[in-house]
Design a protein. Sequence first.
Lengths: 112, 115
Amino acid sequence: DVVMTQSPLSLPVTLGQPASMSCRSSQSLVYSGGYTDLHWYQQRPGQSPRRLIYRVSNRDSGVPDRFSGSGSGTDFTLKISRVEAEDVGVYYCMQGVHWPPYTFGQGTNLEI
Amino acid sequence: EVQLLESGGGLVQPGGSLRLSCAASGFTFSTYDMNWVRQAPGKGLEWVSLIDLGGSNTYYADSVQGRFTISRDDSENTLYLQMNSLRAEDTAVYYCAKGRWLDDWGPGTLVTVSS
């Protein structure tokens, strides 16, 4: 199975400051056609997960533009340009290329 | 608006069975693959199973293969997960999620396996 490794596991941030988290896969996530099925999910405290970014860098509807995704191959990053209080929660990356199974990272806990 | 609502969770003894349901609305259910994903207390996310649109193909995590069965009823816009031979390690919140890329998620239903 493809192993997804996120870092850091805990990310203390200051409101209004930028934040960045990493996700690395044990195999390349590029498949035929040049697509990369790497997605990011946000789980706020007490809530179910919500997808933020699909295919590396595409923001879902309603996701603020302070969130951005980048990367290629095995190395991916989620950035928040200016952290707001509502961004607190755990962020997971997930690969959808080498499945089954889909695999998630351990999560990065963003805390103020 | 997409809505997914899981039900059927509860307390069950080890070795027991439970059937989860996920009622879908706000989209054309029959045209989407559907998934179950679980989260043990205080832990991360674990993909459990996928059923493709039409229900012809099903896929499972090794941890549940042979014990869980995913199915769907497109006439009722409902996704199911039949869970047999339950173990303590199956204790988790179970979420249904829409689409190959887990576009939308329900609020989840808690399954507790304990004597």
